[in-house]
Write a protein that binds this ligand. Structure first.
Ligand code: AP5
Ligand code: MG
Length: 191
C-alpha cells in the first residue's frame, strides 16, 4: 500500500508509522529522519539543512525531493511505503504526484492525524527533556506549528479534493490511535 501520513509536528506520524510498517509490510520513509541522518553524517546536504531545521523552517524542495527519489529507488519500497513528513507544501504534493504517476504507482490513501496544538507543545517539551532533539525547544516548536499551518495544512485539502484523505483523532493511547488508522485504511482498501 502507498500511503501519506499527514499531521502537525509531534502529531505522532513517526510513532504510528512504526506500527503500520510492520502491520502492512511496507517501507517507512521519514524525510525528517533522512535529513537528520545527513546532518549527523555531516554530508554537504546535511550541513546545508542543519540551520534550516534548527530554525523550524522547511528545507528546500529540491534537496528533499532528491532524498526522497533516492529512497524510493530502494527495493524495500516495492511492496509499498508510508511517507511521513512529505509532502509539506503544495509544490511537494505536485512533485510527488508527478513522480508517482511517472512510475505508475499512485498514492492509495492519505491519513491525517489531528492533534490540538496544546497537546503537541506538551509532547515536544517531554521529548526535548528526554532526547534533546534540537528543534523541540519551545520557541522552535511554535515556529514549526506556524510553518505547518501556513504551508502544510493546504496539502490536506489537495488530497481531500482527490478523494484520498481520511482524518483521524490523534489524541489518546498510541495503540488506540493505531487501531483507528488501520481500520480506516482497511475499510478504504475494501471499498
Ligand atoms: P520531521 O522529522 O518530519 O518532524 P515533524 O513533522 O515536525 O514532527 P515530529 O517528527 O516531531 O513528529 P511526528 O508527527 O513524527 O510525531 P512523533 O511520533 O515523533 O521534520 C523535522 C524538520 O525536517 C522540519 O521542521 C524541516 O525542517 C525538515 N523537513 C522534514 N521533512 C521535510 C520536507 N518534506 N520538506 C522540507 N523540510 C522538511 O511523536 C512526537 C512525540 O510525541 C514523541 O515523543 C512520541 O513519543 C510522543 N507521542 C506520540 N504519540 C503520542 C500519543 N498518542 N500520546 C502521547 N505522546 C505521544
Ligand atoms: Mg517524525
Amino acid at each position: 500500500m502507498r500511503i501519506v501520513l499527514l499531521g502537525a509536528p509531534g502529531s505522532g506520524k513517526g510513532t504510528q508509522a512504526k506500527r503500520l510498517k510492520v502491520e502492512l509490510g511496507v517501507a517507512h520513509i521519514s524525510t525528517g529522519d533522512l535529513l537528520r541522518a545527513a546532518v549527523k553524517a555531516g554530508t554537504p546536504l546535511g550541513v546545508k539543512a542543519k540551520a534550516v531545521m534548527e530554525a523550524g523552517q522547511l528545507v528546500s524542495d529540491d534537496i528533499v525531493l532528491g532524498l526522497l527519489e533516492e529512497r524510493l529507488a530502494e527495493p524495500d519500497t516495492k511492496s509499498g511505503f508510508i511517507l511521513d513528513g512529505y509532502p509539506r507544501n503544495l509544490a511537494q504534493a505536485n512533485a510527488l504526484d508527478a513522480l508517482l504517476t511517472r512510475v505508475g504507482q499512485p498514492l492509495e490513501a492519505v491519513v491525517k492525524l489531528n492533534v490540538p496544538d496544546a497537546a503537541i507543545v506538551k509532547r515536544c517539551e517531554t521529548r526535548f527533556e528526554q532526547e534533546h532533539r534540537a528543534d523541540d525547544n519551545p520557541e522552535t516548536v511554535r515556529k514549526r506549528l506556524a510553518v505547518y499551518a501556513e504551508q502544510t495544512a493546504p496539502v490536506a485539502d489537495f488530497y481531500a479534493q482527490r478523494g484520498l484523505l481520511t482524518e483521524i483523532d490523534g489524541v489518546g493511547a498510541i495503540e488506540a490511535i493505531g487501531d483507528r488508522v488501520l481500520a480506516a485504511l482497511r475499510s478504504r482498501t475494501r471499498a
